[in-house]
Design a protein around this ligand. Structure first.
Ligand code: NAD
Ligand code: WQD
Length: 343
């Protein structure tokens, strides 16, 4: 493997983002040399300092658009043992307003980055996909062979298109590029040190960052989007997993690729358990002792009723399963919010 200080060099595009920063820490702790590439379009430079405080060592990072081969030249000036491609735009609502931006960065950027990997003979790629590719699944839990339905948003479509691109690039590379496509369910939480976490810029669209900001008094009450769904308590059900568990799955995927000799495979990453919005609120209150100010509201357009993973394949092939409970996720998200509120 390509080494740096005896550690294999792993490119982490979007490595200053929410999932990328936790994965960078997990890679370092597992003995890799993570090389962060991020142009900070949805992050801040102080995330790098947070990672450095956790690992107690400098992080190699490059402020660059990973789809720009000129900007990426210094990154490839030393051999690269593998890449994890997180960099993408991820706001579902914004993708409806500005589909061109999402097609360009998520699909075009991935195509250009994959071409660079092939040119530089990088043997392994881990890709961030999403449970959004399943849409409103007719059978739960969803397994990797569940149907891929027409995308509900341009964002969702970009994940489906990138998966297709990777199948085609993998075939073209004739065994020279192993690929792990990881379909994340709903990552939440933060590093237990509260040095890194999610940085929503503007009002958060996602449940947990909105909830923690509402509890901290930075927002009005949380609106629960619909309580007339055909679920046990009428609110939508999702599979929430701790971002540190998710980070560890990327290390497991790289290790699997090392033995897989150029294969491509797809893995669901979730806990296997669904939780309703009301259960998340109750669990947060139990975990933290804080009351969640909330009100019932209308359904949000585009929300699926319920989705949770069958995570057996990841357990069998990657040796990975989640370890942290929903309460731990929510307690860590709250500690991170408290840290953000102080800064
Ligand atoms: P994030 O926005 O926190 O992180 C993405 C990072 O990529 C940001 O730091 C951003 O500055 C950077 N970036 C974007 N485009 C770039 C480019 N062209 N060049 C360099 N840097 C660029 O998002 P996240 O939540 O960490 O998500 C990471 C990946 O996981 C994304 O691909 C996202 O679509 C996918 N995903 C996220 C979730 C979720 O709920 N967070 C769920 C499923 C899949
Ligand atoms: C969770 C639940 C809401 C906010 C999104 C993307 C998906 C994936 C993960 C990237 C839902 C409810 C939310 C609020 C609420 N991302 N909710 N009040 O919608 O499952 O998935 O992020 O790939 O593609 O669509 O996550 O956190 O937005 O919502 O009641 O203020 O919380 O209706 O049931 P979602 P979310």
């Amino acid at each position: 493997m390509a080494q740096s200080n005896d550690r294999p060099r792993i490119l982490v595009t979007g490595g200053a983002g929410f999932i990328g920063s936790h994965t960078t820490v997990a890679l370092y702790e597992a003995g890799f040399h993570p090389v962060v590439v991020d142009d900070l379009r949805n992050s801040r430079e102080d995330v790098v300092a947070g990672m450095e405080r956790i690992i107690g060592a400098p992080v190699e990072w490059h402020r660059a658009d990973c789809g720009n081969s000129e900007a990426m030249a210094p990154v490839f000036s030393q051999p690269v043992a593998g890449a994890i491609h997180f960099a993408a735009d991820k706001a579902v609502g914004e993708s409806v307003e500005h589909p061109e931006k999402y097609f360009d960065n998520n699909i075009g950027g991935t195509a250009r980055f994959v071409a660079m990997l092939r040119e530089h003979h990088v043997p392994h790629l881990v890709f961030s996909s999403s449970c959004t590719v399943y849409g409103e699944a007719s059978q739960l839990p969803v397994s990797e062979t569940s149907p891929i339905l027409p995308a509900e948003s341009p964002y969702g479509y970009t994940k489906q298109a990138c998966e297709q691109l990777l199948w085609n690039a993998h075939a073209a590379a004739k065994g020279q590029l192993g690929v792990a496509i990881l379909r994340y369910f709903n990552p939440i939480g933060a590093h237990p040190s509260a040095e890194i976490g999610e940085l929503p810029l503007g009002p958060p669209a996602n449940l947990v960052p909105f909830l923690t900001q509402a509890v901290a008094g930075h927002r009005g009450p949380l609106t629960v989007f619909g309580e007339d769904y055909p679920t046990a308590d009428g609110t939508c059900v999702r599979d929430y997993l701790h971002v540190c568990d998710l980070a560890e799955a990327h290390v497991a995927a790289l290790n699997w690729l090392e033995g897989a000799k150029g294969e491509l495979d797809t893995f669901n990453l979730g806990t296997g358990e669904g939780s309703s919005v009301k259960e998340v609120i109750a669990s947060f209150e139990e975990a933290t002792g804080e009351k969640v100010p909330h009100q019932m509201g209308d359904r949000r357009a585009g929300d699926v009723t319920a989705i949770y993973a069958n995570p057996i394949k990841a357990k069998e092939k990657l040796g990975w399963a989640t370890k942290r409970s929903l309460k731990t996720c929510l307690a860590d998200a709250w500690h991170w919010q408290q840290r953000l509120s102080q800064s």
